[in-house]
Design a protein. Structure first.
Length: 352
């Protein structure tokens, strides 16, 4: 039996929206039924390339369109709560760009409401569909690296500078979602320092974050939109081996380093081996094979499949709540000058 393509509305045609739109148009499981953006200029530039689509300047109009079954939302972060809420209440399944909302409380209400209405709510943590990120997860789980000690993440570039959120909320959701995926748990405590270099802007341009996970695993995240060179890199340090993930290096994004530090018995003057010294071990480094599939295409395809099967998606609302919990704790620490903050636990039905 042939399944009819799912009619989808693309809401938000700014920086990221066109990438989502391209993948929707290329996916045979859906048809782009409508475009929505509050900027008429963006609509005028995009609509002629997609003949036959309905054009709206209001999310409310998309919600009222009974011919639309699902919506993809890439509007400004501060509007996500209101836009997603309208779409869910109108009976539509929703894929929304990160973050789900600007507070954990608002995000929890959306997740609970989606569950009550039986709607699919998926958040665009695209890196969960990145083949390199998935390969790292596999190497961690099968013990290749040994016990994890440290994960260092850097996400730096020059722009785009946002006015609706700071660099932490704009950039760190990617690395937080990756860390939670790899480690499978929330950090015990977090701290962050940051600064807004332009007094009139008032949004922090950089953030330096520390996350302490159970099992004495430490992670750091450095985000900035004031860096001359684009950096998208993570270093994973284990007791047996180390691994570097460079998202900018598309040819060899993953390199496994057979290197580490070991405790070696040290004979004391009395002839016993009760003392130890740390010894560096330098072995070979080799790239790991990674599939070349486009993560965004995999994400869109997964969303459409979840609409059909009604199964909970990767990047579900509940997973997004965990990311929001860490983000909110880091932002609170940032506002308090680096004070240590414990992320709120995420529970089902927390807003009830």
């Amino acid at each position: 039996m042939t399944t009819k393509p799912i009619p989808v509305a693309m809401c938000g045609l700014g920086r990221w929206g066109p990438n989502l739109l391209r993948n929707l148009r290329e996916n045979p499981c859906c048809t782009v039924a409508a475009l929505c953006d509050r900027d008429q200029g963006s609509l005028d530039a995009t609509a002629p390339l997609h003949p036959g689509v309905r054009v709206y300047t209001s999310i409310g109009d998309v919600a009222a369109d009974e011919g639309i079954r699902a919506a993809v939302v890439a509007t400004p972060a501060g509007l996500h709560h209101d836009h997603v809420s309208l779409l869910l209440e109108s009976g539509k399944d929703v894929l929304v760009e990160k973050p789900l909302a600007m507070t954990l409380g608002e995000a929890t209400k959306l997740v609970d409401r989606a569950r009550e209405l039986g709607r699919i709510l998926m958040v665009g943590h695209t890196f969960l569909f990145n083949p390199a990120v998935r390969r790292v997860k596999s190497e961690i789980d099968n013990g290749t690296l040994g016990d994890l000690h440290l994960i260092l993440a850097q996400r730096l570039s020059l722009g785009s500078i946002r006015t609706d959120c700071n660099a932490l909320w704009n950039l760190a959701p990617h690395d937080i979602s990756i860390l939670l995926h790899w480690l499978g748990r929330l950090p015990d405590r977090v701290s962050a320092r940051g600064i807004a270099f332009h007094e009139g802007h008032k949004q922090e341009d950089i953030a330096l974050c520390v996350l302490e996970f159970p099992g004495r695993v430490m992670a750091s995240i450095h985000v900035s939109w004031l860096n001359p060179v684009k950096v998208r890199e993570m270093t994973i340090v284990g007791s047996n081996r180390m691994l570097t993930y460079n998202d900018v290096n598309t040819a060899e994004p993953l390199v496994l380093h057979d290197q580490g530090v070991s405790e070696v018995p040290l004979m004391d003057p009395e002839g016993s081996f009760e003392r130890f010294q740390l010894q560096v071990r330098r072995g070979e480094s080799k790239p790991l094979a990674v599939d070349q599939a486009e993560p965004l295409a995999l994400e869109v395809d997964h969303f459409l499949d979840c609409i059909t099967t009604r199964r909970e998606p990767i990047g579900s609302g509940t997973e997004a709540l965990r990311v929001s919990s860490v983000l909110e704790a880091l932002d609170l620490s940032l506002k308090r000058g680096g004070e240590t903050v414990v992320p709120q636990p995420v529970t089902e039905g927390a807003s009830k």
